[in-house]
Design a protein around this ligand. Structure first.
Ligand code: UDP
Ligand code: MG
Length: 331
């Protein structure tokens, strides 16, 4: 049975593989031809100063540029493995592909654009030595982002944490060092709609946040435009909350109660003062308002149903088309 599909208690019984690297670096990359070679080189140099053994796993998330070829050229003496996914599956799935392939006793997730300063790795390792199983980076501030994005991001995390059993910290990055036990727990989760920032929180473990300042992208452009962020946000909300489904019961009950009260009021008014104007405007507003409310509630149901549909289909989250490796497989 593959590790990713094993229940957690079985994974803990698996003996540790021999020659396990101290650290695995998982780097999702989508159209990062301008950055990938430099990223691999810098990560490798930094890792050499920090640990005795490491591996770098680059996941080419269906790039349409030369990311894969450039990563392959960067090999040399670098302990590098490159997975090419069969198409663009999105960052969350690219991270999962890397986590499943990783063998290190600690795993670091890192963006391919070097926005996250590597100098924080030493601090992360220090905290790990103190006993933290997860050390994750949090943005110290979002001053460089537009006001609207900051506002929506704040609202999103408030909504996300409303009634969620897991604590999902706002502004946390994927940039993190995780213990093998955490990675195995993440890989054992069977869900396909993956919102990694929620899943990190859901699996728990002793965690420590460290504030970081993001650097400018070294090259290329951000892949997270409005549409991608909206999709990710909806995946997050539908995966981690059920209040958007339940809230309609409350709204329905309130509207019904108000309607009954209003009915009594109209009856009383008619009995006392007789029939006045026909009241078409009240009717029109009520019909449009309720129509809108019903459509919204059906839309919310649809969002959840769409996720259930993808889960039930049971398709894999990603497909690996090709692997280029300088490391002997240890699993
Ligand atoms: N990425 C990916 N698949 C995607 C989109 C992004 O693997 O579909 C990678 C990207 O190559 C980068 C990381 O995810 O290494 C973060 O993306 P980006 O820098 O565009 O996000 P931002 O820093 O703007 O939030
Ligand atoms: Mg970036």
């Amino acid at each position: 049975m593959k590790l990713a599909t094993m229940p957690i208690h079985d994974i803990q019984a698996v003996p540790a593989p021999v020659n396990v690297p101290e650290l695995s670096f998982v780097i999702p990359a989508f159209n990062e031809e301008e950055n990938i070679a430099e990223t691999i080189r810098r990560v490798n140099d930094e890792a050499r100063t920090l640990v005795r053994s490491h591996e770098i796993i680059v996941v080419d998330d269906g790039s349409s540029d030369s990311t894969f070829e450039r990563a392959k050229k960067a090999t040399g003496h670098i302990p590098l493995r490159i997975l090419r996914l069969s198409r663009n599956f999105g960052k969350e799935q690219a991270i999962m592909a890397g986590l499943v392939a990783s063998t290190g006793s600690g795993v670091v997730i890192l963006d391919a654009d070097l926005q996250e300063p590597l100098c924080h790795l030493a601090t992360m390792l220090q905290h790990r030595a103190e006993g933290f199983e997860v050390v994750y980076a949090v943005r110290a501030h979002r001053d460089d982002e537009p006001c609207l994005k900051r506002f929506f991001s704040g609202v999103f995390y408030k909504l996300l944490n409303l009634g969620t059993e897991a604590d999902i910290p706002a502004d946390a990055r994927d940039f993190r060092l995780m213990d093998r036990r955490v990675v195995d727990a993440l890989c054992a989760l069977p869900e396909r709609n993956r919102f990694m920032k929620g899943l990190y929180g859901w699996v728990g473990f002793r965690s420590k946040a460290i504030p970081i300042e993001l650097e400018q992208r070294t090259g290329g452009t951000s892949k997270f435009g409005f549409r991608n962020l909206l999709t990710l946000g909806l995946t997050g909300l539908t995966s981690f909350t059920s209040w958007p489904l339940r809230v309609w019961t409350l709204i329905g009950m309130s509207v019904a109660a108000l309607s009954i009260l209003y009915g009594f009021w109209i009856a009383a008014k008619t009995m006392i003062f007789g029939v006045d104007v026909p009241g078409w405007s009240t009717l029109a507003v009520a019909v449009f308002l309720l129509g809108g409310v019903q459509l919204i509630s059906i839309g919310v149901l649809g969002e959840y149903l769409a996720r259930v549909f993808t889960e039930v289909k049971g398709r894999p989250g990603f497909i690996i088309a090709e692997t280029h490796s300088l490391i002997k497989d240890q699993r």
